[in-house]
Design a protein. Structure first.
Length: 566
C-alpha cells in the first residue's frame, strides 16, 4: 500500500479535531442521518463518515460495513483524502496501486470501489471525509458526485454544531461556577468580576459561532428549510426566501405543502399524505425527488428537485430538513433544445429522402447507363444519405422517447420470434464482419410491441457484431427470473471500462472517443434501446470486463399467467 501524505499542519489539525469532543463517543443520530441519506441519494451500499485522528482510523458513522471493520483497521482510504485535501475517486480499487493490496480490498469486506470527499472543520482543517464504497467496481456520474459533495457540506455544518454545543456546555459550566463562587465568597468582587468577564467572553464566542453557522446556511445556493413534525417551517435560509419570493421571516410557521405545494402543475389537488416530505415525517426515511412543481408566493410555478431527510429526537421523528433546488431554467433549456432538435430533424428528413430516392433512380438506370466511375461516386453518396436518414430517425425516436410520445402497440408474440427477426436484420452486417450469431432462446410468450423490441435487439446485436473480431461468435441466450424474461447478448470484444458503462446509455455516448473513428454509428442506439425497453416496464443493463467482452441483459416483464421460478 502507498502510505497517505501527512499534512504539514498535522498537530494543529488533530488539535482542532479533538476540540470538537467527537472521538470515542457514542453513535449520534445526526451523523447517522447523513449516512442514510448518502446511501439513498448516491446509491451505494457502504457509507462512512470518517474523522482521522493520530491513529488514522476513527469512523464516526458507518452503514453497510461488517461489524468491527472500521474499528480495528486503518481507514487508509480516508487518510489519503485528508493527506491530499482533495477527493479520492476510485472506480476499481484492485487496479489502483495505492489500494490494490489494502486489507479491506484483499479481505473482508472486499471493497472494489471508493469515492471520498474532504470534510473540513470550523478551523478550516480537513478533519476527515464522507465516503461511499461498494463491493463491486462501479463509477459515479457527475450528479451523484455533486450530491456527495453537498452531503459533505452537511457533515461540516454538523461539525460546526458540535463546536457550538461544546461552547454551550462550557458556558453552562462557567455559569454554574459563577453561582457557586458568588455563594462562597459573598461580596468578593475581585473573583466574581473575573468570572463574569470569562462568562462574557464565552457568550460572545457562542454568538459569533451561531452567526457563522447561520451565515454558512444563508450562503448556500439551494433552499434549506427545517420542518416540524406537522410540516410547518421552523427554519428557512436566505435562498429559501428568494426561491418562494417572500420577505425574510415570512416562511416561519407556514405549512410548506399547503402554502406552496398543494396542487400539481395541471391544477389538480396534491394531497399532503402523498407529499414526499410527509412520507419522510411519517416513515422516518429520506426521500429524493427528481422533479416536483412548487408555486411561489405570487402563484407562478417552478420545477424543483429536492431531498427530504428526517430529524430524530429520543428515537422519534422530530422534523425534517429539506434541500430544494430550482431546476425550472434547466428544464426550459432542455425543452428548447429538444424542440430545436426535433424541428431540425423533421426538416432534414424530407430533403434527405428525396435525395436518396433520386440517387436510387439514377443508379437503377432510369436515365440510362451510368459510367462506372460516376456510379461508384453516386453509390458512396447514396450510402451516406442512408446513414444521415438513419441518424435523423434515431434523433426523432429519442426525442419522442424523452417527451413520452412513443405509443406502444402490444401484441401476443414470443421471445424466439423477436430474436430471429432481429438476427435476420443484421445478417448482412455479421457476414461482412465474419462474425457468427448463436441463438439459444426459448419461445417464451410475451405481450410487447414487436417492432420496438426488435429495434432494441437489433441495436444490441449490431453493436456486439461491430465490436467483435472476425471468427468470434455473438451469443443470444434467455433465462427467467422473478423480474421477467432476460435476453442476454454476449460478445467477446474488447469490453467496456467500468467508468464508461453508464456513459454508453447517454445520447451520443461512446465507451471510448476512438469508437467514433473505428466504428460507424450514431451513438444513439443504446439510449434508444434502453428507452424502448423501459417503456415496456423492463430494463437494460450491461456487464463488461476490459479485454473479455460485454453482456447486455434485456429484461422484459412476463404476462401474469406465466409462472417464473426463483
Amino acid at each position: 500500500m502507498y502510505p497517505p501524505t501527512i499534512p504539514d499542519d498535522e498537530p494543529a489539525r488533530v488539535a482542532a479535531l479533538e476540540q470538537l469532543a467527537l472521538l470515542d463517543t457514542a453513535p449520534e443520530e445526526r451523523f447517522d442521518r447523513i449516512t442514510r441519506a448518502a446511501a439513498a441519494l448516491v446509491g451505494m451500499p457502504i457509507v462512512l463518515i470518517n474523522l482521522v485522528d493520530e491513529r488514522r482510523q476513527w469512523a464516526k458513522s458507518a452503514i453497510g460495513m461488517p461489524h468491527g471493520a472500521t474499528a480495528d483497521r486503518p481507514v487508509s482510504f480516508c487518510a489519503h483524502v485528508v493527506g491530499d485535501a482533495a477527493p479520492v475517486l476510485v472506480a476499481e480499487l484492485a487496479r489502483d496501486r495505492r489500494f490494490h493490496d489494502n486489507p479491506m480490498v484483499t479481505g473482508d469486506p472486499f471493497l472494489r470501489a471508493y469515492f471520498g470527499v474532504p470534510v473540513r472543520g470550523p478551523s478550516g482543517h480537513v478533519l476527515g471525509s464522507l465516503c461511499v464504497a461498494d463491493t463491486q467496481p462501479r463509477a459515479l456520474d457527475e450528479t451523484r458526485l455533486a450530491r456527495l459533495g453537498d452531503l459533505a457540506g452537511w457533515v461540516e455544518a454538523e461539525l460546526d454544531r458540535s463546536r457550538l454545543a461544546a461552547l454551550a456546555v462550557q458556558e453552562r459550566a462557567t455559569s454554574q461556577r459563577l453561582e457557586a463562587l458568588t455563594s462562597a465568597v459573598g461580596d468578593s468582587h475581585v473573583v466574581v468580576g473575573r468570572d463574569i468577564a470569562e462568562r462574557r467572553r464565552h457568550e460572545t464566542a457562542l454568538r459569533n459561532l451561531r452567526h457563522l453557522y447561520e451565515s454558512i446556511l444563508d450562503a448556500a445556493g439551494d433552499a434549506i428549510l427545517g420542518l416540524d413534525v406537522d410540516g410547518r417551517v421552523e427554519y428557512a435560509n436566505a435562498a429559501a426566501n428568494t426561491l418562494f419570493a417572500v420577505p425574510e421571516g415570512d416562511l416561519l410557521g407556514v405549512h410548506l405543502h399547503e402554502r406552496f405545494h398543494d396542487r400539481y402543475e395541471d391544477g389538480s389537488p396534491y394531497a399532503w399524505d402523498d407529499c414526499p416530505s410527509r412520507i419522510t415525517l411519517r416513515e422516518g426515511r429520506p426521500r429524493d425527488t427528481i422533479e416536483e412543481v412548487y408555486f411561489r408566493a405570487d402563484g407562478t410555478p417552478f420545477a424543483a428537485e429536492y431531498v427530504s431527510t428526517p430529524l430524530f429526537a429520543d428515537g422519534e421523528v422530530s422534523g425534517a430538513v429539506l434541500m430544494i433546488r430550482d431546476v425550472e431554467a434547466r428544464r426550459a433549456v432542455e425543452r428548447m433544445k429538444d424542440e430545436f432538435v426535433a424541428t431540425v430533424s423533421h426538416e432534414l428528413r424530407t430533403p434527405l429522402t428525396s435525395i436518396k430516392g433520386t440517387l436510387s433512380l439514377v443508379l437503377g438506370g432510369v436515365i440510362g447507363e451510368v459510367p462506372a466511375e460516376v456510379g461508384a461516386l453516386l453509390a458512396v453518396t447514396h450510402d451516406n444519405t442512408e446513414r444521415l436518414i438513419r441518424l435523423v430517425d434515431d434523433i426523432l425516436d429519442l426525442e419522442r422517447l424523452v417527451a413520452g410520445r412513443v405509443e406502444l402497440c402490444g401484441v401476443d408474440t414470443d421471445a424466439r420470434h423477436l430474436v430471429d427477426v432481429a438476427v435476420d436484420a443484421v445478417g448482412g452486417l455479421a457476414a461482412a464482419a465474419g462474425v457468427t450469431v448463436e441463438v439459444e432462446v426459448e419461445p417464451v410468450a410475451l405481450w410487447a410491441d414487436a417492432d420496438r423490441i426488435v429495434q432494441a435487439l437489433t441495436n444490441l446485436i449490431g453493436n456486439a457484431i461491430k465490436f467483435s473480431s472476425p471468427g468470434m461468435p455473438v451469443r443470444i441466450t434467455s433465462s427467467r427470473t422473478p423480474e421477467g424474461l432476460v435476453l442476454t447478448v454476449t460478445d467477446q470484444g474488447r469490453g467496456i471500462a467500468v467508468e464508461a458503462q453508464s456513459r454508453i446509455f447517454e445520447r451520443f455516448g461512446q465507451a471510448d472517443a476512438s469508437d467514433r473513428r473505428e466504428q460507424t454509428g450514431t451513438g444513439l442506439g443504446l439510449p434508444i434501446a434502453r428507452g424502448l425497453v423501459e417503456q415496456h416496464g423492463g430494463r437494460l443493463q450491461v456487464e463488461s470486463d476490459l479485454g473479455r467482452g460485454s453482456r447486455f441483459h434485456l429484461t422484459l416483464p412476463l404476462p401474469a399467467a406465466i409462472e417464473v421460478g426463483p
